[in-house]
Design a protein around this ligand. Structure first.
Ligand SMILES: [Zn+2]
Length: 257
């Protein structure tokens, strides 16, 4: 009897501590997705469609305010307060399944999102992955991008060809970064102000190029929320993979700081 009581007290204590943690922070979680697809070969990258729907449903019914990344960054930068349950949704690479599988779910909940798209791969395939022997996947087309923009999906830069910037010469890295800003703006007709490092790889020189190209922010793949006072060129996100079922998704969303 006494043991049962102790176990219960421990559980209540742990839950109270977790709630304390979740109320304490004012950081904003920026969710990082790649593919939304039932295709099961790359669970690390592909969130099954039903799972994605469940996750968006959770945000909706828990009263999360899904805001565009651009709005959140502007408000954080100017010191404007954000609702405690603010969250942003991002997709890396611009796979065609984002249009086929993710857009209908986002539309259902009226959620905005941002896609980090390598501009030279619009209407192409995942050429950088195919080179490394990975299976072919189609990327978004211009028409799909236009329709997504109509439904509050924004597009931001991810180099021109999905080049891992620390693996190429400084000159090539610089060109990939500079070209991606003008190239994507040419497709969307919008200002491109946010950059995302492919595979999350960067160094001080690369950060300098991103700044010099006129980007105001850059995202990594490091785990954590974005907070006032963060270095705008090494912003963190919260990774969601096909391995994260709903309880795991909730833990990542609510408790990663
Ligand atoms: Zn990528």
């Amino acid at each position: 009897m006494r043991r049962v009581f102790l176990v219960l007290a421990l559980i209540v204590g742990v839950m109270a501590f977790l709630f304390f943690l979740s109320y304490r922070s004012n950081g904003v979680p920026v969710l990082m997705y790649h593919m939304v697809s039932d295709w099961s070969h790359r669970r690390a990258l592909a969130v099954p469609v039903k799972e994605f729907d469940r996750q968006m449903w959770y945000l909706h019914q828990r009263g999360y305010q899904v805001m565009s990344l651009e709005t959140i960054l502007k408000k954080l930068n100017s010191g404007e307060p954000l609702p405690r349950k603010t969250v942003a949704i991002t997709f890396d690479d611009g796979y065609q399944d984002n249009y086929i599988n993710a857009l209908p779910v986002l539309k259902k909940y009226h959620f905005p999102a941002t896609v980090f798209m390598p501009c030279s791969l619009v209407g192409e395939k995942n050429l950088w992955d195919i080179k490394r022997g990975k299976a072919e996947v189609k990327m978004l087309t211009r028409e799909q991008i236009a329709e997504m923009m109509f439904h509050k999906i924004s597009f931001q830069a991810h180099t021109s060809n999905h080049v891992v910037l620390t693996d190429v010469s400084p000159a090539r890295a610089r060109k990939e970064i500079f070209d991606s800003k003008a190239g994507l703006a040419g497709i969307t007709g919008k200002n491109v102000e946010i950059f995302c490092y492919p595979s999350g790889r960067y160094n001080n020189q690369i950060k300098g190029y991103v700044k010099a190209a006129g980007f105001n922010y850059a995202f990594t793949t490091r785990q954590g929320r974005i907070k006032p006072g963060d270095d705008p060129y090494t912003l963190k996100r919260i990774r969601v993979s096909g391995m994260n079922l709903l309880p795991d998704f909730i833990m990542r969303l609510e408790f990663i700081r």
